[in-house]
Ligand binder design. Sequence first.
Ligand SMILES: [Zn+2]
Length: 133
Amino acid sequence: MSAIAAPDFWTSIFRGWRGRCPRCGTGSLFSSFLKMQSTCPSCGLALEPYRADDAPAYFTILAVGHVVVPMVLAFEKYGEQPPLWAHALLWLPLSVILALLLLPRIKGAVIALLWTQNAAAPKPSAGGSAPLS
Ligand SMILES: [Zn+2]
């Protein structure tokens, strides 16, 4: 058994944002770009029960939209009606780059949030769903 003291809430969230285990802060959360490790390689915390599902994608879209859309509107208003190719050349790469930068960080923070709230997904039952009668 490891005797690691639980860090405070914001420390855990920040560790998750950095892609690190929310409990020890040294083990990596991800084995590849967005693939979660099943356990922390440093402290052995079981990470598999903490499933972020669609929340990281939702928060990433929310954040990227709140950055890019005002810039598009300002560019349209003060840029004297730039052509559509100028919009595509600017905003498509910016949106993709921002999403790729934010998505793993937000996923790590969501995993850390789930861990701090002890919101692990229940283990699937061995027999699957209950039979209908
Ligand atoms: Zn750990």
